[in-house]
Design a binder for this molecule. Structure first.
Ligand code: FAD
Ligand code: NAD
Length: 466
């Protein structure tokens, strides 16, 4: 089979690249080693985690908020098996949707591990049956990432687990230790804390979600303590042992004291690493960097002229929408177009409750760059909408250039922050000033009014409702 473009990997990077290639008239193939399409994101990442976050949030609300809303129910019970079954159904609907899109766009799907024989020939080895060969002019590598582990804490998938296993446990953990207070740790830690597990987050740094603006981590920690999450910050994990019945985690606190924790499960969530196993990169002379990521130039081209790489397997944020943008960009470049990605405007979201969402520079980054800036914040508790829904935790923080008033960063912790951040991205893409946003009408009552108010605070320190 001869193709114009062959994509290896069917996650959000790969399947979007394939669709865009097909839309642009290229004869396109996609190779995926798993039996379902959609990659990490749809199978064991974004989608299943959000399904469990939504289910656990419903339970938590029924338990804690319904009464105050005037809804009397018998004490709700968690049916964990059903929660996991619904999640599996949500995943199935999504991955079937990708299969449909491949068909609709006349993209050939080859199931099996893709491995370079040379730059125009890829061997596809399926789980069962004979290997085949695909001939192609160009290749897009989109093989994604895998969970990282610690040298002394191997993920055994039984009691010492990664996010993948945590999405389909057979029983509700009594005590879940989460190593890493980043995005996965806080999202999946929240799921289990809401439905009754004791959750302890052990984090190496002195704050959680450390790559985000520090105000966000502080607020999120305050809120998630209320659902019972216990935090051990500035703790260096030194040992993780599955004794069969339980997991024993040893860590050193910042004074050097040894702390020992015991639990029935330990989730390792310390980051992810690029995945290139079995790709046969040596056969085409493509190099990886010191973190195992495929080296690419600013056009996402590898050292081989006709081979590109995108998404988690290359540098940059490990996010589905970043991978998608890169997939579209590479396809459009191949068609002779001149697309562009503004990497600074790729938003980051943590789907806890309250949600955290962020775009642009953090205050720490502006300080480090020596940039003069001003800040405007507005708390959710001063919003009529937040009072009505009882979502009082959180704030919008706007960072703007001190001289020009251009918005440089927006950081939101609060209800629906994940959806709100899109308007900050739009404003920043058009290089709006804080005053521009503060003069736009925002519907009342909405959470978005906090964005307008934070911009008023940043512009002239004159929020209306404070
Ligand atoms: P992947 O989605 O990892 O897909 C790579 C695919 O390539 C896989 O299907 C793999 O089987 C296949 N493959 C690998 N090697 C080969 C080979 N040699 N031959 C054939 N196929 C191969 N991001 C967000 O933006 N929002 C979220 O809410 C979010 N939640 C997440 C929750 C969890 C628990 C996790 C783990 C991740 C989450 N992410 C989220 C991150 C997101 O999943 C990744 O950034 C995204 O999936 C990267 O897309 P990708 O296309 O680069 O790679
Ligand atoms: P992360 O980088 O978000 O967080 C890892 C955390 O572990 C950090 O806080 C880090 O300081 C800590 N850590 C590292 N080594 C440690 C150690 N030895 N002991 C204790 N703590 C340690 O990584 P993640 O949460 O594993 O997520 C992986 C990737 O998946 C992220 O890049 C993220 O972008 C992506 N993801 C995104 C979403 C989302 O967009 N909502 C959700 C889940 C995952």
């Amino acid at each position: 089979m001869q193709y114009d473009v062959t994509v290896i990997g069917s996650g959000p990077g790969g399947y979007v690249a394939a669709i865009r290639c097909a839309q642009l008239g290229f004869k396109t193939a996609i190779i995926e080693k798993y039996s379902t399409l959609g990659g990490t994101c749809l199978n064991v990442g974004c989608i299943p985690s959000k399904a469990l976050l939504d289910s656990s949030e419903h339970y938590h609300n029924a338990l804690t908020h319904f009464k105050e809303h005037g809804i009397d129910i018998n004490k709700p019970k968690v049916n964990f098996k059903q929660m996991i079954a619904r999640k599996a159904d949500v995943v199935k609907q999504n991955v079937d949707g990708i299969a449909f899109l491949m068909k609709k766009n006349k993209i050939d799907v080859h199931q099996g591990v893709g491995s370079f024989i040379d730059k125009n020939t890829i061997k596809v080895t399926p789980e069962k049956g004979e290997a085949t060969e695909v001939k192609t002019d160009k290749v897009i590598i989109a093989t994604g990432s895998k969970p990282a582990d610690l040298p002394f804490a191997r993920i055994d998938k039984k009691r010492v687990i990664s996010s993948t296993e945590s999405l389909e446990l057979k029983e509700l953990p009594k005590h879940l230790i989460v190593i890493g207070g980043g995005v996965i740790g806080m999202e999946l830690g929240s799921v289990y804390a809401r439905i009754g597990s004791k959750v302890t987050v052990v984090e190496y740094m002195d704050r959680i979600i450390p790559t985000m603006d520090s105000t966000m981590g502080k607020e999120l920690m305050r809120s998630t303590k209320k659902i019972g999450i216990d935090f051990k910050l500035s703790h260096k994990v030194t040992a993780v042992e599955n004794t069969g019945k339980e997991v024993v985690v040893k860590a050193e606190d910042k004074k050097g004291n040894e702390v020992e924790l015991k639990a029935d499960y330990c989730l390792i969530a310390i980051g992810r690493k690029a995945y290139t196993d079995g790709l046969g990169l040596d056969n085409v002379g493509i190099k990886t960097d010191d973190r195992g990521r495929i080296e690419v130039d600013e056009h996402l081209k590898t050292s081989v002229d006709t081979i590109y790489a995108i998404g988690d397997v290359v540098k940059g944020a490990m996010l589905a929408h970043k991978a998608e943008e890169e997939g579209a960009l590479v396809a459009e470049q191949m068609a002779g177009q001149k697309p562009h990605i503004n990497y600074k405007l790729i938003p980051g979201v943590v789907y806890t409750w309250p949600e955290v969402a962020s775009v642009g520079y953090t205050e720490e980054e502006l300080k480090e760059a020596g940039k003069s800036y001003k800040t405007g914040s507005f708390p959710f508790k001063a919003l009529g909408r937040a009072r009505a829904s009882m979502d009082l935790d959180g704030q919008v923080k706007v960072l703007a250039d001190k001289e020009t008033d251009e918005i440089l960063g927006v950081h939101i912790v609060g209800a629906r922050a994940a959806d709100m951040i899109a308007s900050a991205v739009t404003a920043m893409e058009y290089r709006a000033s804080a005053e521009d946003v503060s003069r736009m009408s925002h519907a009342h009552p909405t959470y978005m009014e906090a964005m307008k108010e934070a911009c008023l605070a940043a512009t002239e320190n004159r929020p209306i409702h404070m």
